[in-house]
Ligand binder design. Structure first.
Ligand code: SF4
Length: 510
C-alpha cells in the first residue's frame, strides 16, 4: 500500500454504499470508526441527494478499541433495523474496522432480525469501489432470487421483457443514461421489468428472473450478477454499451436479436447530430487531432471508438484504472496499435500525457487537472464523479442524445481554443495583453500570467522559452515543443533557450 493524495476509486465499502443508496428499502450497517462517516457528504454534496444515504455506522472511537466493539456493532444493527425498518440489511466493515476481525455477518446472524441480512466480505486492502459495488449487487441478487421459481417470460401484452442492470448512486450520468436506454427499448417495443440497483427494492430483485434477458449498462457493476442470472435462469445479457452512434446502432441490433424483434424502426429513428456535425464545418478542427483517453473501462473503450470512428481523431493513448477490465482495454488498445496504460497511479497517467503531448485529453477529473496544467483542452468522460456530473438538465452519455452531449462536451474545448488563438493574435492589444484581467470584468486588477507547467522531458526549458512556447496556439503547441526538442537533441543541447526555440522554428520553417 502507498499513500496518495488522490484516488480514482474509493474503498470497496463506498461501492456498497452506492448500491444501497441507489435502492429503496435496503439499509447498510457499516462497522467503522468515527471519521469514516465522511461518505455521507459524498452523496449529499456531490450527487446533491436530498436525503442521507441509508447507512448506519458504529462509529467506535479509540477508547472503545480495548473494549467490546463487537457489541457496539450488534447494538447499532438492532437499532438500525428498529428505526429504519428496511426490507433487507447489508452488513460489513470499513478498512479500519476490517482489522478488528469482528465478523459483522456472524454477529448480525445472532440477532435473529426479521429481515434478510446479507453479509459483505469486501477486502479493503485488495479491492476498490467498483468491485465493491459489483460484489454488493451480486450478493443482493443472489440472496433475493430464489432458484426454484419458474418465472413467466413475457408481460401481459405479449411484449418481450428485459431488466436494466448497473445504474447506481454516484454513477457517471447513470440517472440520465437509464432514461435514454428506456427510450431505445420502448422504440423496439420491449418492456422493462426491473431496473436495478437504481430505484429497485429487494422484492424487485426477486422478480429479475421474470425477464427474457438483461441489459447490462455498466459491466464494472453488473456483469458478475448478469453472469450469475444467465447461469441460474438462462437469461442472456447484452455485451454492447450504447455510448456513441456506432455503439448505439450495435446495441439496438443486439437487443433486437435477443428480443426477437425487428431493429429497423429503432435504427431509422436515429436522431443524433454527431455524424453530420462531425462531417461538416467542425471537422476542420477534429480530423487527425491527437487524443489521449483514460477512464473506467466502459467509458474509455467507448470514447476511443467514438474518437476514431466518429470524430476522425487519432487516439495516441488509451488506459484505465479498472484493473478487473484490463483485458478488455488491452484488446481495444491493441486494435488501435497501442499498448494500454493500466494503472491507478495518477502520476503515471500524468507522465504518459506529458510524454505523448496530445491535443485533447478525454479523461476523469484528475486528467482534467493534469491537462489544465499542461494547457491542453480536456473533456471529462468518466467517473470519479464531480458535482458538475449531476447537472439539473439531462446530460446522458448513452443513446442518440448521449452522442449529442458527447459531441458538445468534446468539441467545445477545442473550439474554445480558437478563441484562445484569436486572443493570441491580439495579445498586444490593451485589452488582451497577458497582464490584463478578463476583459468583461472592469474591476479586475491586472494579474500576472503564469506559464504552464512543462511536461516531463529529458531537456530543460528556460523560463523565457517556456513563456514564448505558451503563446503558440494550443493546437500546434505540442508539435512546436516536439520539433524544438528534436532540434535540440540533434545538436546535443541540454537546455532550450529562447534562441533555440527561434532557431528550431527557422529550421523547420524552411
Ligand atoms: S480508512 Fe478507509 S474508510 Fe477510513 S478514511 Fe481511509 S479509505 Fe476511507
Amino acid at each position: 500500500m502507498k499513500l496518495t493524495v488522490w484516488t480514482y476509486e474509493g474503498p470497496p465499502h463506498v461501492g456498497a454504499m452506492r448500491v444501497a443508496t441507489a435502492m429503496d428499502g435496503v439499509h447498510y450497517v457499516l462497522h467503522a470508526p468515527q471519521g469514516d462517516t465522511y461518505a455521507d457528504l459524498v452523496f449529499t454534496m456531490i450527487e446533491r441527494l436530498g436525503k442521507r444515504p441509508p447507512v448506519t455506522y458504529t462509529t467506535f472511537q479509540a477508547r472503545d478499541l480495548g473494549a467490546d466493539t463487537a457489541n457496539l456493532f450488534k447494538t447499532a444493527t438492532r437499532e438500525a433495523c428498529d428505526r429504519f425498518r428496511p426490507d433487507a440489511i447489508i452488513v460489513g466493515a470499513s478498512c479500519t474496522a476490517e482489522l478488528l476481525q469482528d465478523d459483522p455477518g456472524g454477529l448480525a446472524r445472532t440477532l435473529g432480525l426479521p429481515v434478510p441480512v446479507i453479509p459483505l466480505e469486501l477486502p479493503s486492502y485488495q479491492r476498490k469501489e467498483n468491485w465493491g459495488a459489483s460484489e454488493t449487487f451480486y450478493q443482493l441478487v443472489r440472496a433475493m432470487c430464489q432458484a426454484e421459481v419458474a418465472p413467466p417470460r413475457a408481460d401481459r401484452a405479449g411484449r418481450p421483457v428485459c431488466n436494466i442492470l448497473g445504474p447506481t448512486a454516484l454513477g457517471f450520468r447513470h440517472r440520465d443514461d437509464v432514461a435514454e436506454v428506456r427510450g431505445l427499448l420502448a422504440s423496439l417495443g420491449i418492456a422493462v421489468n426491473v431496473t436495478a440497483p437504481q430505484g429497485a427494492r429487494p422484492t424487485d430483485l426477486a422478480r429479475l428472473p421474470e425477464a427474457d434477458f438483461n441489459v447490462v449498462l455498466y459491466p464494472e457493476i453488473a456483469a458478475v450478477a448478469a453472469r450469475w442470472l444467465e447461469r441460474s435462469f438462462g437469461q442472456p445479457f447484452t455485451r454492447t454499451v450504447p455510448i456513441g452512434v456506432g455503439a448505439t446502432r450495435d446495441f439496438i441490433r443486439e437487443v433486437a436479436a435477443l428480443a426477437g424483434v425487428d431493429p429497423t424502426p429503432a435504427l431509422d429513428d436515429e436522431h443524433s447530430r454527431l455524424p453530420w456535425y462531425s462531417r461538416s464545418v467542425d471537422s476542420t478542427y477534429l480530423t487527425g487531432k491527437r487524443v489521449f483517453v483514460f477512464g473506467d473501462a466502459t467509458h474509455a473503450i467507448a470514447a476511443a471508438r467514438i474518437a476514431r470512428e466518429e470524430l476522425g481523431f487519432e487516439v495516441v493513448g488509451l488506459g484505465t484504472y479498472s484493473r478487473e477490465f484490463a483485458r478488455e482495454v488491452r484488446e481495444a488498445a491493441g486494435q488501435l496499435g497501442l499498448e494500454a496504460l493500466i494503472t491507478d497511479d495518477y502520476l503515471e497517467v500524468e507522465a504518459c500525457i506529458a510524454d505523448l503531448q496530445p491535443e485533447l485529453v478525454l479523461g476523469t477529473q484528475m486528467e482534467r487537472h493534469i491537462a489544465k496544467r499542461f494547457r491542453i483542452p480536456c473533456a471529462v468522460i468518466s467517473a470519479p464523479v464531480h458535482v458538475q456530473d449531476f447537472p439539473a438538465r439531462r446530460s446522458p452519455q448513452m443513446g442518440w442524445e448521449g452522442s449529442n452531449v458527447i459531441f458538445d462536451c468534446w468539441v467545445h474545448p477545442l473550439t474554445m481554443g480558437l478563441e484562445e488563438h484569436l486572443l493570441t493574435m491580439f495579445r498586444e492589444d490593451h485589452e488582451f495583453h497577458d497582464a490584463a484581467g478578463p476583459s468583461h470584468l472592469q474591476s479586475e486588477q491586472p494579474r500576472e500570467s503564469k506559464p504552464a507547467v512543462a511536461p516531463v522531458s529529458d531537456l530543460a526549458w528556460s523560463g523565457e522559452a517556456e513563456t514564448e512556447l505558451a503563446k503558440v496556439p494550443f493546437f500546434v503547441r505540442g508539435k512546436a515543443r516536439r520539433n524544438t526538442e528534436r532540434f535540440a537533441r540533434d545538436r546535443g543541447l541540454s537546455v532550450i533557450t529562447l534562441e533555440t526555440l527561434y532557431d528550431a522554428k527557422a529550421h523547420f520553417g524552411r
